[in-house]
Each structure stands twice: as structure tokens, then as C-alpha cells.
Write a protein that binds this ligand. Structure first.
Ligand code: PMP
Length: 750
């Protein structure tokens, strides 16, 4: 190497040190007075052109400031780039001056440092503004944010499914929020990689920048997005830090409004790009440590960004660059508008209703910039706006949507996948569009199958809003304003070991409750067509049926010719942690099951699952047809939901996080005598709020807690006959950290 440097550059007596690099091999060359970087690359035509283009850029930048940017050094023959043999291999070579300074990533970050960083970048971008280079302009590659989608091929190299979903979410958000604006955004040549290991500092200020290997003719705002992504990715409040860079950049090179609109998503996109490439590099070379230097922090910030409402981020960015802030309408006007045509019978949650605009996994974003931790909604089962579910819907909608009277694959595929989750005897399915439609249909089928009319229902049960569903829902018909109990309804007491008369949940209470219910069955004037119940009575206040209860009731119902229906609308799809369906916890197999809510993650879908025998009886009657039930779009979405549950191991997560959540709640119960009971399993829990050390419900305190939590941006609700049970049933991607946050806040409110 010494000889080569002497011949090619006339360097004598230099010290040479090999450096770590991402893809190329570099050497630090030190002579008495000066330091240089000798860069070598594998031969590749395109790369050769890029190296030439990079040198041209660096030479151009020397016109502005020699010390900030590396300067290309000529070979003795006057060229700047040459192919030379090194260690027996011909490589592309060039020499650059070494820029002194402490790396940005190695020094303590301060406001002054960030200010100087913004200014530095703005000056560099102004310098580059008039620079043209057609090699750079023609470049289409994965490290240019405009070509973000070139990185989607690396998603599968990310080992963890949840991480894959997080990056997919941001890929999708880029397509939704950035792609449509790209043609309007300013473009020029940018450095494109102002990361913490390429930026140099001196005395707490940014003094130089190296590694121009990512030069691209890209969006000007990408320069800033990239810088912010790396400078802020280890910060608790990344937006606050980002604002410092933004403000100083803007003071020198004003940012435009449409650039501000996309900044949040571009920052996320850069992090996504980084983690995708790290995963890919790790996969092809597990020993390449350099490839993943930024990985941990990038993941940290990606997850942190999920908890930052994009509306908030844009508002802050706008304030910083003195752009007008688009004020959303006042909440009172939004409510007024709704009530103009929508009946107040459709109630709004909370004393202060929330005006939602976006969502991501376990977070919901309102129009004013607040992020809400969703500890309540069980419908977005695998997470709000889950990218796989969204993509499944978008793609199928763009292809085909029709009714079940044509042949298409999605119907059978979903039916097979869904029924594989059930015991073998439950092998027929009818698709509808809601839990109500499912319970309505289930009752009709049961009546046709048995020839009977009487229905046995559970105290406090809820099964939907159609007339039939209301008739079987004590929660509705027994309401003071309800329609009252119809003659064909037989109501049985809820086997509740907390509030009920039998308390020992070791199977004995279940038996005793069952004995009383069986007496009702035996004394019934007419035979019972169906018994319907949830395994955990949601609207009843998250009350799990006493152990052993269903095991006694089901045979008694069947003995007199009826069928047993399990309403799994709330409890199904792994929410309970230990079981995929709630009936499994009771060691029974129903004759019919109804499902809904989480089935398609919020897309309206429900189903009745039953035995072959029941389906055959039903088939003897009039044709069954539901215009929307089981359409290709619904099925594609529901398939995606099942896949996500499996890929992200969400049932397991419900169990692990649920157990942790419950243990924290038990801790609170010890501390506060207003917590009478903590019950449920997995991510389906109820917290009974009572007057100190009694069974007397305290709905006022429950109401207060619910609303105080809302004021702290946590969504939880109340239910039960006394409306004193806090219910929490979050999306299954809920984390232990999320659970702790909820419990800490309940603690603080109490
Ligand atoms: N069954 C149960 C247990 C439910 O909780 C609900 C909805 N709350 C339904 C049925 C009715 O479902 P939908 O609102 O989709 O009609």
C-alpha cells in the first residue's frame, strides 16, 4: 500500500490504517502534516460513475468551504478516480482529505449543537442548489426516500412479525400521505445521509460532513427528514429536538408548506429504510456490525412515533416555521353537526367526546393532536389501521367484490381457515355483516332445526340490536326503557361468583347455579329451542360464567331437544389468552357459535358456525342469502386478521400482557378498597368499583375514573347492570408498558 500511494500520489512515509466501512474498504492515510482517506470499492460500472459524480460534487462544494467537505485529491496523472490492483484485486480508488472533528453521534447533544446542525444543512443545500449532475439525477435506489418502496423487499428479512407490521404501517402511510404530493415538492441534489456518524462537530457545533455516497436528486425536505431521524432517534421527545433543527434550517432556507405536511412521514420513512436495510444486511452477513449501528435507536423512534399523533407533529412543525395552523372545528360544532341528523340515541363516549381522525395499532389520534391509548376497543383486534388488514381490503376492493352467488376463492379459503380453529363438529358457516345479524340468524336456524320457539337467555346478556337479538338480550329488554321480556324468553340468573349467591369458583358454585337453571329448563311450559350465552358476559360487567356451569347446562338443553349457542362476538379470536374461543375455557363444545366484532378488525362482518346436522335442517327451508355476507373483500380482510393473529402470536400476547395487566390490577385492589373485584382473562378484564369494602356498586366513581382516564388520553369504559365495572379489552397488540400506563393512571386518579 505504501508503494502504491507513493507511485500514485507521491506520498512518502505515510501511516496507513484500515477502517471499518459499510460496503467499501477505506484507509486512513496520515503523513506528517496531513490526513487523508483512501477509499476503495469493488469494480462496478454504475458505482464508478457514482464515485465520479461524488467527486464532482465535492469539487463543486470546495468553492464554498474547503474545511466542511472532503476534498478529492488528484492522482499523479491528474485523474481523481482510478482502477488499481489492491491485495490482488482490481478496485475503484480515490483519495479524499480527512475532515477533523468529533462525530455527532459521540458528543453530548445540546440545543446549540442542533441549531448549528440546522444551519449547516441549510447552507449545504443552498450551496448544492445550482449543482447539476446527470449521474446523480438518474439514480434510482433504495436509499433515496423517493424510492422508499424499493425497500419493501427487505420487510421479510425483519425477524419479528410485530416489527414487520410496524414498518409496513409506515410504508403504507408514505403511500397515503407522501406519494400524492411528491410531484409538487422541491427537488435538488442533496447529501441524503446526514446521520450521526457522518456529521462532524467542533466545540459543540457542527463543522463538517462526510460520506457523500448517498447523493441523490431527491426532495429537498428529505435532507432535513434524514437529519432529524438520526439526530432525534434516541430522544424521549424527538419532536422537541426536531424543532430546533427545523427552526434553524428554516431561518436560512425557508421550508414550504407542502414540505411541512410530509415531514413526519418522511422521518418515519427514513427510519423504516434504515431498519429494513439493517435487517437485510444482518441476514446476508450476520457479522456486519456496522450495518446495524443505528438499528436499536431507529426501532425505538419508530415505536415512539406511533405514539405521536401526526396532527400534533405537523402542528408543531407549522408553529416553528410560522405557517398558519389549520384549526379543526370546535368540538361543540362537530357535535352539533352530528346531532342535526343523527339521533342522540347513538350515544357519545365520555363527558368530553373525542373527535377522531386517524389511528395506528393501539393508538388513536384526534383532530387536535392528542394521542389516545386504546385500552378499550376490542373490534380493532389486531390493531387499528393494521397494514396487512388495510392492504387486504384495498387490494381485494380493487380486484373484485361481489355476492356469494358467484364462485370466488376467498369465501372457501376463509371458511377453511376459520373452521380449522373450531372443533371438528362445527363445520358449517354462514356469513353476515354484524354480530346482531349473526345472533338473529342463529336463533332462526335453531328454531327451524328444533321446531321449538322458546329461547333461554342469560341475565344481563347482550346479543345485538335487531328485534330478535333485542328479544334475547336481557341487557336491552330489561332496561327500564326496554320492550320487556317476551313470553317465549326464559331468563336464567347469571352464574356470577362475585355478586351472585354462590361464590366458590371451584366448580361447586357453577354446579349450584346450573342446578337452578336446570330446574327452570325442566319446569318450562314449552321445550327450549336454544340456550344462548357468552362465556364471559361482557355487558353484564365482564363476568366470567362460573366454572363448571356450562358443562351442566349444555347436556340439559340438549336432552330436551334444544341447541346450545355460544356468543363469541366479544370473547373470540384469542382475546382470552389461554383459549381461542371462550367456550374452550368451559370444556364444552357448542352446537352453534356466533362471531363478529374482531373478525374483520372493524370491517363489518359476522358469522354463524354450526354443526352439519343443524345446517342440514336449515337447508330444507327457504334459501339463505345475505347481499354482503361473505363477499370477497370481507373474506380477504378476515383472512388477513387470522394471519396476523398467528404471525404476531397475538393470542400469546393477550395471555402474557393480560396476566401482567391483571397482576398490576390485583396490586391496585390491595391498595384501594373501592376495587371489589378484578376478573376476566387475557385482554378481556373487568374492574368492579364498589363503595369501600362492600358489594355496593359505585357507578359515580367508575364514571369519574373513566372520564379522568379519558382526560389523561386513555380509553377505557364502564358497563354492567350498575355501570360500575371498568372494562378493558384493548387491541391484542397492547404491550406491558401500555398496561402499566393504564394501571399507573388509575392509581393516580384514585
Ligand atoms: N353479541 C355480543 C356479545 C356483543 O357484544 C354484541 C355487540 N356489542 C353483539 C352480539 C352485536 O354485534 P353488532 O353490534 O355487530 O351487531
Amino acid at each position: 500500500m505504501n508503494k502504491l500511494l507513493q507511485t500514485e500520489f507521491g506520498f512518502n512515509e505515510v501511516e496507513i490504517k484500515k477502517l471499518d466501512g459499510y460496503e467499501n474498504v477505506n484507509y486512513l492515510v496520515a503523513s506528517n502534516n496531513d490526513k487523508y482517506i483512501f477509499k476503495t470499492y469493488s469494480i462496478d460500472g454504475e458505482l464508478h460513475d457514482m464515485v465520479m459524480a461524488e467527486n464532482e460534487t465535492l469539487l463543486f462544494l470546495q468553492n464554498f468551504d474547503e474545511k466542511k467537505y472532503p476534498k478529492p485529491i488528484q492522482f499523479t496523472d491528474g485523474s481523481f478516480v482510478k482502477n488499481l490492483k489492491i491485495d490482488g484485486e482490481k478496485r475503484i480508488c480515490r483519495m479524499l482529505t480527512f475532515i477533523e472533528g468529533e462525530l455527532f453521534g459521540n458528543i453530548k447533544h445540546s440545543k446549540e449543537l442542533f441549531q448549528s446542525f440546522g444551519l449547516f444543512l441549510a447552507k449545504m443545500d443552498l450551496n448544492l442548489h445550482n449543482f447539476k449532475n446527470y449521474t446523480i439525477s438518474a439514480r434510482q435506489w433504495q436509499w433515496d426516500l423517493i424510492y422508499l418502496n424499493l425497500n419493501t423487499k427487505y420487510i421479510d428479512d425483519i425477524p419479528n412479525a410485530k416489527d414487520r407490521s410496524t414498518v409496513s404501517y409506515f410504508f403504507q402511510q408514505f403511500e397515503e400521505n407522501v406519494r400524492p404530493l411528491i410531484s409538487e415538492l422541491r427537488k435538488q441534489i442533496i447529501h441524503g445521509d446526514a446521520n450521526d456518524w457522518n456529521v462532524l462537530t467542533n466545540k459543540g457545533e457542527v463543522s463538517g460532513i462526510i460520506d457523500f455516497g448517498d447523493l441523490s436528486h431527491s426532495l429537498l425536505i428529505n435532507e432535513l427528514a434524514i437529519a432529524i431521524a438520526y439526530a432525534c432517534y434516541d430522544k424521549e421527545n424527538p419532536i422537541d429536538w426536531a424543532l430546533i433543527i427545523l427552526r434553524s434550517y428554516h431561518s436560512k432556507l425557508p421550508i414550504q408548506e407542502n414540505e411541512i405536511k410530509v415531514l413526519y412521514y418522511l422521518i418515519a420513512a427514513r427510519l423504516v429504510m434504515s431498519v429494513c436495510n439493517s435487517a437485510h444486511s444482518k441476514k446476508i452477513n450476520p457479522n456486519n456490525k456496522y450495518a446495524s449501528v443505528s438499528e436499536k435507536s431507529a426501532w425505538k423512534m419508530l415505536y415512539r412515533l406511533l405514539s405521536i399523533n401526526p396532527v400534533y407533529a405537523e402542528k408543531k412543525f407549522r408553529e416553528t416555521v410560522n405557517l398558519p395552523i389549520e384549526k379543526p372545528p370546535l368540538i361543540k360544532d362537530v357535535i352539533k353537526r352530528r346531532h342535526k341528523h343523527i339521533s342522540p340515541l347513538l350515544s357519545l363516549s365520555y363527558e368530553k367526546p373525542i373527535y377522531m381522525v386517524r389511528s395506528a395499532f393501539q393508538y388513536m389520534y384526534d383532530a387536535y393532536g392528542f394521542t389516545f391509548l386504546d385500552a378499550y376497543n376490542n373490534i380493532p383486534h389486531v390493531g387499528h389501521s393494521h397494514p396487512k388488514v388495510v392492504a387486504a381490503g384495498q387490494q381485494q376492493m380493487a380486484k373484485l367484490n361481489t355476492n356469494t352467488r358467484y364462485l370466488y376463492d376467498q369465501l372457501s379459503e376463509y371458511a377453511e381457515k376459520l373452521l380449522s380453529k373450531f372443533p371438528a363438529s362445527l363445520n358449517k358457516v354462514y356469513f353476515v355483516n354484524s354480530g346482531s345479524a349473526a345472533s338473529d340468524l342463529a336463533i332462526r336456524i335453531a328454531k327451524i332445526h328444533t321446531g321449538y320457539k322458546k329461547i333461554m337467555v342469560m341475565e344481563h346478556g347482550y346479543h345485538g340490536h335487531t328485534q330478535t337479538a333485542t328479544d334475547i338480550s336481557d341487557y336491552k329488554f330489561n332496561n327500564p326503557k326496554g320492550q320487556g321480556q317476551k313470553d317465549h324468553i326464559l331468563k336464567t340468573q347469571i352464574p356470577d361468583t362475585y355478586r351472585g349467591k354462590y361464590k366458590a369458583n371451584d366448580g361447586s358454585a357453577g354446579k349450584l347455579f346450573a342446578q337452578e337453571a336446570i330446574a327452570q329448563i325442566e319446569n318450562s311450559d314449552l321445550p327450549i329451542a336454544a340456550f344462548i350465552s357468552e362465556p364471559v358476559v361482557g355487558c353484564g360487567g365482564q363476568v366470567p360464567l362460573a366454572d363448571g356451569y356450562l358443562k351442566e347446562i349444555y347436556p340439559a338443553i340438549r336432552k330436551q331437544g334444544g341447541v346450545c349457542i355460544s356468543d363469541e362476538v366479544q370473547t373470540g379470536f384469542g382475546r382470552l389468552g389461554d383459549y381461542f374461543w371462550g367456550f374452550e375455557a368451559h370444556d364444552v363444545v357448542p352446537d352453534m357459535v356466533i362471531i363478529g366484532k374482531p373478525m374483520a378488525n372493524g370491517h363489518p362482518m359476522g358469522a354463524v358456525i354450526c354443526t352439519n346436522q343443524i345446517a342440514e335442517s336449515f337447508s330444507k327451508g327457504v334459501e339463505f342469502f345475505s347481499s354482503f355476507g361473505g363477499n370477497p373483500v370481507s373474506c380477504a380482510i378476515a383472512i388477513a386478521v387470522l394471519e396476523v393473529i398467528e404471525e404476531e402470536k397475538l393470542q400469546e400476547n393477550a395471555k402474557v400482557v393480560g396476566n401482567y395487566y391483571k397482576s398490576l390490577l390485583f396490586g391496585l385492589q390491595k391498595k384501594y378498597d373501592c376495587i371489589g373485584d378484578v376478573r376476566g382473562s387475557g385482554l378481556f378484564l373487568g374492574i368492579e368499583i364498589v363503595k369501600a369494602n362492600s358489594l355496593n356498586p359505585d357507578p359515580e366513581l367508575a364514571h369519574y375514573l373513566k372520564n379522568e382516564l379519558r382526560n389523561r388520553n386513555i380509553l377505557i369504559s364502564t358497563d354492567g347492570p350498575y355501570n360500575n365495572v371498568l372494562k378493558t379489552k384493548p387491541p391484542l397488540c397492547f404491550t406491558k408498558e401500555n398496561a402499566k400506563k393504564v394501571v399507573d393512571n388509575i392509581d393516580q386518579v384514585l
